[in-house]
Design a protein around this ligand. Structure first.
Ligand SMILES: [Zn+2]
Length: 415
């Protein structure tokens, strides 16, 4: 998306240059054809505005919502009668304008000559981006507006001491940047096992209102050195959406195997209620059972780290793999484990165990779960986006477009 934005910026800049050129030409022509009378441009006085109202015409009182405050009590404090407050509640149909949150700022606009500071206009700031205007000058008018937001491209870098968050926090960055980075590098960097000398450089967007950062936007590109290997993230529109690739055009995401074993049939699907085969009580089955002969190899569905490998009462021998900050998979009733232990990093297709019937099981099968943010989802409906490399037809464009990103990232000094 950034690339198209860059293009738009380029077009805008070019248009401005063209328009400016034409304007200069027109001014020069006018200067020649008309007499020598000089046009003296009177600079417009800059009127400072807040929430769209000229500051010099009002007395403005700023405060924040306190514990126990309601919109009505605040407005009453500033001389707005209850009848007016009632009108606000009636105006609120799809949006409840009366809802305010403790700690959010508000501003009261009153007439400069009014010592009682009765609110003529009341502005409640819903978020750093949005505010609600209550205008009492003529009956009651309520509307919401967004601040003008500037999108600024920023860079950050750091060397890992303990965690990504500690590095970013010590430099004053927002938590959202850590979240954005952990999503971009979810598959190539193990954020649960960052090493002391890992480092990163990242280009990202910041949203600013009046020069102040109000929110972190998208992570645009970067490089994360993890375990001594540089993992690049270059954005590229491959198939109508922006995806991240390494410098060779390989996707930096991984996919999941549709089924973590071969030669199998599904013996039980994902359902919210079914009769338990042993206990004969209705029980949700938030997994898929693959029926297969004892000893059939069970594969890691995708790259990840083994977090559990033990015997559980119902589960029998089971393995849990954490793939990234979002996904985990669980494999139950194994006859025996593979050679990997807890803490080992496995790749997609590595044998982590063998089909069996340990625990509560009526016959050899694999009970397979996929957890998304801790919630068991249907493994058969689970459809993570594919991770195709840059299409060969697009390779030339990719090589061209990746260069400015690499140059920009190279210029960032890791501090
Ligand atoms: Zn099962």
């Amino acid at each position: 998306m950034k690339l198209s934005k860059t293009n738009i910026v380029l077009i805008v800049v070019l248009s401005v240059i063209v328009v400016a050129g034409v304007a200069v030409a027109v001014i020069m022509l006018c200067g020649r054809t008309e007499d020598n009378r000089e046009e003296v441009a009177v600079p417009e006085p800059v009127v400072e505005m807040r929430f769209g109202f000229p500051v010099d015409q009002w007395t403005i009182t700023d405060d924040t919502v306190r514990q126990g405050d309601y919109l009505g009590t605040i407005l009453n404090r500033y001389g707005v009668p209850m009848s007016q407050v009632d009108k606000i509640a009636r105006i609120s149909d799809s949006v409840d304008y009366t809802r305010i949150a403790v700690g959010r700022p508000y501003s009261v606009f009153s007439s400069p000559d009014d010592t009682a500071r009765v609110a003529k206009i009341f502005v409640y700031e819903n978020s750093p981006l949005m505010f609600t205007v209550f205008d009492f000058r003529d009956s009651v008018d309520v509307f919401r507006k967004y601040h003008d937001v500037d999108t600024v491209v920023c860079t950050a870098s750091g060397r890992i001491s303990s965690s990504l968050w500690n590095v970013l926090d010590s430099k004053g960055y927002d938590w959202d940047l850590a979240v954005g980075m952990s999503q971009v590098w979810a598959w190539t960097v193990d954020f649960y096992a960052l090493q002391k000398d890992d480092w990163f450089k990242v280009i990202f967007e910041e949203y600013r209102v009046d020069g102040e950062t109000v929110r972190i936007g998208k992570v645009l590109a970067g490089v994360f050195s993890h375990n001594g290997k540089e993992r690049w993230a270059i954005p590229f529109v491959n198939d109508s959406v922006v995806e991240f690739f390494d410098t060779c055009g390989q996707s930096i995401r991984k996919t999941f195997m549709k089924a973590p074993l071969k030669f199998t049939r599904i013996s039980s699907r994902y359902t919210n209620s079914r009769m338990h085969p042993i206990h004969h009580v209705p029980k949700a089955h938030l997994a898929v059972d693959f029926s297969a002969p004892t000893g059939t190899p069970v594969y890691a569905a995708s790259d990840g780290r083994i977090t559990i490998r033990q015997y559980g009462n119902g589960a029998g021998n089971y393995v849990k793999i954490r793939h990234n900050s979002i996904y985990e998979t669980v494999y139950m009733h194994l006859s025996k484990f593979g050679k990997y232990n807890v803490g080992d990093y496995v790749h997609q297709g590595d044998v982590i165990g063998y089909v069996g019937s340990t625990g509560w099981s009526t016959g050899p099968h694999l009970h397979y779960e996929v957890h998304e943010n801790g919630k068991k989802i249907n493994p058969l409906n689970f459809d993570p986006p594919t991770a195709e490399p840059v299409d060969s037809a697009n390779m030339e464009r990719f090589d061209r477009e990746k260069r400015p990103w690499i140059e920009k990232i190279d210029k960032i000094v890791v501090e």
